[in-house]
Structures are given as C-alpha cells and as structure tokens.
Design a protein around this ligand. Sequence first.
Ligand SMILES: [Zn+2]
Length: 551
Amino acid sequence: MTKSLIFFALSFIFNFLMINGEISAQTPAFTRQDTLRGSITPERAWWDLKYYHLDIAVNPSDSTITGTNMVTYKVVHPSKLMQIDLQEPLVLTSAIQNGKSLTFTREGKVYWIELSENQEQGKVYSVILSYGGRPQISKRPPWSGGITWTKDSNQLPFIASSCQGDGASLWWPCKDHMYDEPDSMLISVNVPDNLMDVSNGRLRSVVKNDNKTATYNWFVANPINNYGVNINIADYVHFSETFNGEKGALSCDYYVLRDNLEKAKVQFKQAPKMLAAFEYWFGPYPFYEDGYKLVEAPYLGMEHQSSVTYGNGFKNGYRGTDLSGTGWGLKFDFIIVHESGHEWFANSITYEDIADMWIHESFTNYSENLFIEYYFGKKAGSEYVLGTRKNISNDKPITGTYNVNSEGSHDMYYKGGNMLHTLRQIINDDEKWRSVLRGLNRDFYHQVVKGSQIENYMTEKTGINLKPFFDQYLRDVRIPVFEYYIKGKELTFRWNNCVRGFDMPLKIDLSGNTMILNPTEQFKTILLKSGKERVKVDPGWYVATMNMTGK
Ligand SMILES: [Zn+2]
C-alpha cells in the first residue's frame, strides 16, 4: 500500500509539472543530423539493400580500421543521390560503381554520393565504398558506441565493437537506419595472425596472409540489422556443442579468452538451457542457418545476432547481483539469458524506429521471468518480475520520439516487462498467452516492424481492445490508480490517473474470494455479501490502489 501511494504521489507531482510546462521545457531539440540519421530520407528510400560485403583490416597497433564495404541494392524507384552514413573521425576515401569513381560530399555524419549511371527500376547495382581512420572509442561500452581496445591478462589485444543507438556508421559505412536490412552479409576481418576475429554467422574460411595477418570470413545467411553486426578480436579458444531443438540440430559455438576456458565450460551450460526455455515460449531459435554463438567481449554484453557477446564474469545474476531482489535473479546468468532472448525480440523481430525500442527490451526483460518460470515454476517467475518493479522510474514515456533516432525511457525494461506480465493476467489463459508469443515470432519472423503492428497484433489475437492499455503503459507516465470504497454492503470503484477510455479488467480478492472487476473512469458499484470484506488487488497487475476512505 505504501508503495502504491508513493507511485500515486509521484505521478501526481509529475502531472502537475507537465501541466506547468516545467518538464516539457526540458524536451531536447533535435537537429538536422538527428533527422538524417533517424528518418527514411528520400536518399535512402529509393534503394533496397540486398547485400553487404564488409572487408576491413583492424590494426591494434594504431587503433585504426581501413577497408571497404560493397553495398549491393535494388532500385525501388530511379534516383541518383544516395545517402551513406559514416561518422567522424572516419573518412570515406572513394566510392566506385562499375569501375568509375563517384563524387561525394560530406554533411556531418552523412555522405551524399552522386551516382553517374542511370539507376533503372528493379535492377541490382553495387557501390564499393572505401574508408578508414581511427574510429570513435567507446567511453562506456556497450551503452556508448564505438570500439573498445583493451588487453587480456596475457597482454594480448582484446577488441570489440558495440554501437546500438549511436549506430553502425561509427565504424563502417552503411545505410544506418533500421528499416532496411541486407538479405545476407559477408564480413571479412583482417587481424594479426596471433589473434582471431569472431563476427556474425558462420566462419566460411580463414586466409593466412604473408604479412603476419589472417583474414576471417564470416557469412550471415539471414537479414541482419546494423547494430547487430560486430567484430570481436582476441586470442580466443573455442568449444562447441549441438542443441537438438525444434528445427533440428543447432550448432552452438563458444569463443572465450584462453584463460577463461574452464570457467566458460561450466557457465555456458546455461546456453542450451536458455535455448530450451525460449523455444518453448517463443518458438524455434530464429537463426539455425547461422548457428548460435556466445563470444567473450570486454564489456557486459550485447545482442549481436548469432554472436551474442558476453562479459558477465562467468557469474550468475547481473554482474553477480540480483536485479529483482528476490533471490531468483541469482539462479541464472543474466547476460546469457537476456542477450540471447534478443535473438527473438530484436534480431528476428526488429524495431523500425528506436522510439519503439520496447519491442526489443520489454519482451526480452519479460523473457527473464519466463526462463525462471520454465525451470522454477510460475510463482518464481512472477516473484522475479514483480521484484523488478523497484527499478521503474516513471520519468517519461517508454515510447521515444519518432524519426530522430531517439529512444524513450529506460522503463522500457522493467515497466515494459511488468506491462506484459499485466497483459498476461488480463488474458488469464497461459496457453493462449504462449500462443501469442509464439505467433509474434512466426508472423513477424525476420521482419522490421513498427510498435503499432505489435500492438494491433496483440489486440487481434487476444480479442481485447488493447489501445487504451498500450496508450497508458507505453505513451503515458501515470500508473493507473484503482480507487475504491466500501459503504454499507456496496463496493464502489473506478480507474483514476489514467488515459481516456482506460478500461482494464482487474482481479481482486475479497476476503478469500477472487473476482474480476471491469472498472472504467466512471464509478461503478457492486453489492457485497457482508460489506466487511477486505479488498486486495491481485499483485500481478502493475497498478496503484487507493482505498478512498483512507483505511
Ligand atoms: Zn536488452
């Protein structure tokens, strides 16, 4: 009750501030660069990505990357100006189509490439982009993008990329918008020959060169989003196993620093356990063709497609701590479970605009308690997700600002997970709930989607109009308050502090008898047996409660 009242008070203060404009005054101003990065500009829309061949040399001695990206695309409608993203301090040195050099100009993080040939509708063309320089160093990987150059305990280079949010154009030239993915990709990485590169997909070949370097050729047979592409360079050792899953044999390959092999062999036993749980809840692992990999990285972790990066110290929990405070968070390795959960929600089902990042993080946050539930039972899973509520801040809406590469509140994690848990209570049918989760992964398999598509799908499949529900939890900061009082034998109740039309059903306990109420914004009254009943709202619902008589 105390907690509910705190939520209520906080949201009241927040609303007051909103009305008085004190918070809206802090709304960031977006720039032309934000629009170029975050929208489907005309210079992006006319060409459809088919294939990338990223071919680079990574040099640990001077922290440089040089190389080419061959961009193969199909013309959707003819145009001659192409937007390519590449961030400073990297420099594009040439752009070539069919052997001819093209002219280009720079505008901040964008290059405008002028194509000389006619671009015929429906035809496929390639541009080879050469670039190089010393890419931005990540200040706080993986939360700030860039390259991490570090050393392992044997003083050998240990290097990795991470770029969600800031964009893949931090380290390679590309169409840096999530709406378009190549159908496949070849990633060739040249490194000193005492090191190895691990990227996405399958290792096709290793070419030894005369200059004491080796080139690792990784092929991704599926569409891949920009920030999913990665390089990990170290003195790796490798072990593997086969997981027999819903689509047959799935190869699982693990790459860790030489000194961590024994620890990894114990801790990574959780990988097939994770696969079994998530195939049950979400359907087949989405990238059998590319295999599943866990790759040690010099930062906490990231959902790089088919090469999930791991830096959780071979310990359970989140860096050894339990985010839920219930004890359940120490029963699993947070990074193995959470980052791999993103293979379904991020890599297979991908947001078009980072404003809808909840598609990635709310479902993946929720996957943590589904993992717990699969192995420790429904009560345990529920305790975990409820425990994470203490991390919700209700500072701003979960949905960000569209078309300017702006994500919403960090609440997309814990509040998003609790939103989905609340939705599950409303549906009140676990098999139906699982079929919705599996249905999302079947019907949006390998697709880039808008948040509204996911919302509409869930309305359609549950048969419940979820528009006000998602308006409340994704686009508003207020926590709905269930207000009630008992007078005589009558229970009177309503929703308050909510969006217009909010009508979420609610399960309550009346001194041992459960019942479903259908509150709206208007007061409703029902007759009780004695009037002495105690009202307890089911804790599965993420709402606040207020007894209006103050009891
Ligand atoms: Zn995540």
